[in-house]
Design a protein around this ligand. Structure first.
Ligand code: SF4
Length: 341
């Protein structure tokens, strides 16, 4: 079977072998697959807004929003629909086609979901795609969000199954998989990736990508986050991941999930422009745009626009996104974008 077909039966050894390909050869292969499935000069741009910050009861070791860690993040109440709408208008004016709303909940109460549903309808009314990340959902909550017009639900697998209990003890990876089932069953598109640089081994990075690629449908969007080390969190002081290993991870994600949008997410501010350019070449075709990524910084929108000009990249329009996603469905598929996301 060719490496460019859509598969859900990836073996760990095959993925480890991809990681071991000499760097230039790996990038060349990944780019060829990228160009086969996507416009290699188009990048989808999303804006992420934290609609409810901090005070989370979970213990994700990377996250400054966990209430048990002293990180200086103040717990806030859920924003009003009007305030969210104002931010969405600003994001649209800055060129974002998708607006993601993140709330630091373990799982929302039904009345929270009703309020978020109102926000989703309002943002959808601006002509933007919508994405939410609210923690674990019941089946009926996923359906409520779908009825409100939600396009995507973000729910990351965090890290490899065998590394999960080193990072989070308040839930299991099976909890995550169950919410993803509810989201798919409700007809929502899935945004699902993970975080690297958590002190995991390359083998465990392969394990994370294996878990993602062998889901019943490939996620429509696959955010690959790099740990943003926040003082006060248990992972602060973890040895930093080699930036080229991050690029390799992007390339392998592209090879395993050829039709998905692979997103550079948290940690982009810590990457220089050369590394970002290598990531785009290796198959990344989605970024977060704007000044703030939940509670951690994100490169300024103007700097992103300048980088796009220098690399001859252009933002993907909503119509193009829909067509790409539709094509992928035809061919086959930190909350928590929360990680300091
Ligand atoms: S990543 Fe999400 S679930 Fe985990 S502590 Fe942060 S806000 Fe809570």
């Amino acid at each position: 079977m060719s490496s460019t077909s859509i598969r859900h039966d990836w073996q760990r050894e095959e993925i480890s072998a991809l990681f071991d390909i000499p760097f230039n050869q790996l990038l060349a292969r990944a780019h060829a697959v990228h160009a086969q499935y996507h416009d290699p000069d188009a990048v989808q741009v999303s804006t992420l807004l934290s609609i409810k910050t901090g005070g989370c009861p979970e213990d994700c070791a990377y996250c400054p929003q966990a209430q048990r860690y002293q990180t200086g993040v103040q717990a806030e109440k859920l924003m009003s629909t009007e305030a969210v709408l104002a931010q969405a208008r600003a994001a649209r004016a800055a060129g974002a086609s998708r607006f993601c709303m993140g709330a630091a909940w373990r799982n929302p109460k039904d009345r929270d979901v009703e309020k978020v549903a109102e926000m989703i309808s309002a943002v959808r009314g601006l002509g933007m795609e919508t994405c939410a990340t609210l923690g674990m959902l019941s089946s009926s909550q996923a359906q409520t969000l779908k009825s409100a017009g939600l396009d995507y639900y973000n729910h990351n697998l965090d890290t490899a199954p065998e590394h999960y209990d080193q990072i989070i003890s308040t839930r299991s990876i099976d909890d995550r998989l169950q919410t993803l089932d509810h989201v798919r069953e409700a007809g929502l598109k899935t945004c699902c990736g993970g975080i690297v640089g958590l002190g995991e081994t390359r083998e465990q990075r392969a394990g994370l990508l294996q878990a993602l690629a062998n889901l019943p449908q490939h996620p429509d969007s696959v955010p690959i986050n790099q740990l943003v080390q926040v003082p006060g969190t248990p992972l602060h002081g973890t040895e930093a991941l080699d930036p080229f290993e991050f690029v390799r991870t992007i390339a392998v994600a592209r090879l395993l999930m050829p039709a998905s949008m692979v997103r550079l997410s948290a940690g982009r501010e810590q990457m220089n422009e050369g590394i970002q350019a290598l990531c785009f070449f290796a198959g990344a075709n989605s970024i977060f745009y704007g000044d703030k990524l939940l509670t951690t910084g994100n490169p300024q929108a103007a700097a992103d626009r300048a980088l796009f000009r220098r690399l001859d990249l252009h933002p993907l329009e909503i119509q193009e996104v829909s067509e790409t996603v539709h094509a992928s469905i035809l061919e086959t598929a930190q909350a928590c974008e929360h990680p300091p996301a």
